[in-house]
Structure formats: C-alpha cells, structure tokens
Design a binder for this molecule. Structure first.
Ligand code: NZQ
Ligand code: ZN
Length: 385
C-alpha cells in the first residue's frame, strides 16, 4: 500500500426529512446564495423545502446552471456574490450544480483570470467561499469531494480542477428527493459511480485489501440495486443504498493508498466537450474498450474483478477476462446505456478531434502507469466505434 493522507471534512446529513436541518448548518448571520439548475429543484419542491428551512434568513437565488456546467454562467454567479455581499453558498442539485458552486466559490476569491483555476487544475486556488449542498442526484460524489469539472463551450474544453478549499462544509442526502429522477438520470448515476470505483480499483495489485474489498462491495451493490431502482422507483432502501454508494465511490476513501487510472474519465470528457453527450454515457463507451486494450497491464486486477464482482472463475485467463469485459458492457446496456461511439453520433472523423483535444489539454500520459498516450486513446476509441 502507498503512503497516503486522508482528510475529508464534509459533514453528511443523511436520510428522510434532513433538509429541515439546514437551519442548524447554514450560519445564522450569513448572506446566502442558493444555486440551482434548470428548474427540477423548483418543480420537485426541493427548493420550497430549502426556503422553508431557511425562513427569515438573507437569501438570494441563482438558477440556470446547465448540465455539464458552463464557465460563463458560473462567472455570472460570481458577479452576484460581489454585488450582494454573499458570505455562504448553498448548491441545490446534482453534480453539475455542485461542481459549478465549487468553481464559483473559488473564483469569487481569486484575483486573476478565473480560467487559470482550470488550466492549473486548481493549484492557484488559495481560498473559497464556504458552501454546503443539498444533493438531488446520486452519481458524481461531488457532495463529499474536492473536485469539479467545468465546460468552456467557446474553447471547446471540459476541464477538471481539484482544491482542498473546495470540500462542501456539509451535504444533505435525502434519498426521497431522488424519486423524481427520470430513468435516464438514475442509469447515468449508477454508471458514473460504477466507473469511479473502477478507476480507483482496476489497476494493478497494491496489497490494499480494505480498499479492494470496499470497492468490490460497492460495485456489487450497484449491480444489484441499479436495475431495482429502475424497476421499483419508489423503494426507499434501494435509493438510500444507491445514494450512499455513489458518495462513497468518490469521497477519497477507496482511493487512499492505491494506484488510480482516470483515463476513461479524461477521454470521456473530450467526448462531452465535442457534442454534450451525458458524462456517464461517455464512460460506458470508453471503459469496455479500454479494459480490452489494457488487458496486459491490468491482467491481475481484471481477473480479481471478474472473480469477486462477477463470480467469473471458470476457464483460462483470457476467456475469463473476455467474459468479465462482456459482463461490464452488458450491465451498462441492461441499464439502458448504449456502449458504442456510433450510438452518440461520434463518427470516425471525430476521433481525430478527440485525440487532438487530449494533446491540447495535456492529457498525454494517462493511466496508472502514466503510459496511455493520445495515440493509445485513438486505438481505444477506434475499438469503441
Ligand atoms: O438542471 P436541473 O433542472 O436541476 O435538472 C437536472 C439535469 O437536467 C436533473 N435532475 C437533478 N436532480 C433531479 C433532476 N431531475 C429530477 N429530479 C431530481 N431530483 O438531472 C439532470 C442532470 O443533472 P447533472 O447535475 O448534470 O448530473 P450529474 O449529477 O450526473 O452531474 C454530471 C456532472 O458532474 C461532473 C460531470 O462531468 C458532469 O459535468 N462530474 C463531477 C465529478 C466530481 N465533482 O467529482 C466527478 C464525475 O466524474 C463527473 O465528471
Ligand atoms: Zn464521473
């Protein structure tokens, strides 16, 4: 196991009715900016619950954060912070709203050009406005981590940044607010969380027994409960387990002390930057092709994953790996998520663009061995056609 630091300061308030507890979490004297998305939080009554919990406080609202949140929109919220003397932010929504809030929190206290935050992957961030979240879509783990991904349509770029100043102070996780999610978003959330776990697990053995065992349990939980969430949409225990699984998938715990491979994400981000394909769907396209392409460096973990997650134990090693990759692809497809580039209008000519974008964004040494180059990504994408 590698040396590691693990410090996660986010206070989680989990369960039914917990939005009411915002009154004890948001500082009483704060000027609060509530940040939300395209209107689902209004329609589903989540915003009404938030306003009720914070009745009597100084509240300003900023709606209109897009899925795959946009740089320009976030900068408009920064202007509101300055104008209204805002001292605390509250994100109400899915990963996009929370990611935007992290960026807004950092940009409000950054003196230079806010684009630096993304090109430096967060290293220029020295402070951020404190913020909490009310999560409405279990998927990204953004509610309990320090990462954010922002899209700049003008530059055709979707870039991540990380900063220890960007952990939420608290996050409210009420599984009941996820009942209103359409099947597409439920499936996306399960696939995204699944690939988060895989990217911290499917590398090479590092004698990290707890992290491996934890990751395998989380994967099996998604495989069992993902389809159930689609079949029985109002099952509280299914939603509660999915919500907590997605949070644990990317809150630093299973990634502590182990090698990591974020190449499916980095290649996937370029597909979204190209044509706005849902984040999770880009991952479901890239991952099966990447697993097959990287079957030599990932051999031992592929066999372990096949045995412990899919119970694939018969046959020679190559046959077991083939069956494991097929099981992974079939799982995404069973959730209604297509796994080929052609399913998302990405043509052969677009692969050149994606490869060029990876180079431009410095994504030239991906994977757990920093050995996946843009030309390797080209081969992986061609296999995903
Ligand atoms: O915009 P509104 O109207 O709120 O509607 C949203 C949006 O259309 C809707 N929705 C959210 N909660 C709902 C709901 N509809 C009905 N009922 C509810 N309870 O769902 C749609 C998708 O929302 P979005 O926030 O975009 O989805 P998700 O949570 O999957 O977030 C995706 C974004 O997170 C980034 C992705 O790249 C993408 O930009 N990621 C962030 C990560 C992180 N910070 O750690 C890691 C991930 O790998 C990921 O890259
Ligand atoms: Zn993701």
């Amino acid at each position: 196991m590698k040396n590691f630091d693990f410090h996660n300061p986010t206070h989680i308030l989990f369960g039914k009715g917990r939005i009411a507890d915002l009154k004890d979490q948001v500082p009483a004297d704060a000027n609060v900016l509530i940040i939300y998305g395209g209107g689902s939080a209004e329609r589903t009554g989540v915003l009404a619950q938030v306003r009720e919990a914070l009745a009597g406080r100084t509240l300003v609202e900023f709606g209109g954060i897009e899925p795959n949140p946009r740089f320009d929109t976030a900068l408009k919220a920064v202007e509101v912070i300055e104008k209204e003397d805002i001292t605390f932010l509250l994100a109400v929504g899915g990963g996009s709203v929370i990611d935007a809030t992290k960026f807004i929190a950092a940009a409000a206290l950054y003196d230079g050009d806010a684009w630096d935050i993304l090109t430096s992957h967060g290293s220029v961030v020295k402070d951020a406005v404190p913020f909490g979240t009310v999560l409405t879509l279990p998927a990204t783990g953004s509610e309990m981590n320090f990462g954010s991904v922002i899209t700049n349509s003008e530059k055709g770029a979707k870039l991540p940044f990380m900063s220890a100043h960007c952990y939420p102070v608290f996050s409210v996780l009420d599984p009941e607010v996820t009942y209103s999610l359409p099947p597409r978003q439920i499936a996306n959330g399960v696939a995204d969380a699944f690939v988060h776990i895989i990217e911290q697990y499917l590398t090479y053995p590092s004698a990290a027994r707890v992290q491996d065992g934890f990751a395998e349990t989380l994967l099996r939980t998604l495989i069992e409960l993902g389809p159930k969430a689609l079949e029985t949409p109002n099952d509280y225990d299914v939603r509660a387990n999915l919500m907590w699984t997605a949070t644990l998938a990317l809150n630093g715990l299973i990634g502590a002390g182990v090698p990591q491979d974020w190449s499916s994400h980095m290649i996937g981000h370029e597909i979204t930057a190209l044509n706005d394909t849902d984040h999770a769907r880009t991952l479901a396209v890239v991952l099966p092709a990447l697993m097959n392409d990287q079957r030599v460096p990932k051999r031992e973990k592929l066999l372990q994953y096949g045995a412990n997650v899919w119970d694939i134990r018969e046959g020679d090693e190559d046959a077991r790996i083939d069956a494991t990759i097929k099981a992974t692809r079939d799982f995404f497809e069973s959730m209604g998520i297509k796994t080929r580039l052609g399913d998302y209008n990405v043509a052969s000519a677009d692969i050149d663009h994606i490869v060029a974008a990876l180079k431009e964004h410095g994504m030239t040494a991906l994977g757990e061995h920093s050995a996946i180059t843009p030309e390797d990504a080209r081969r992986i994408l061609e296999a995903a056609e």
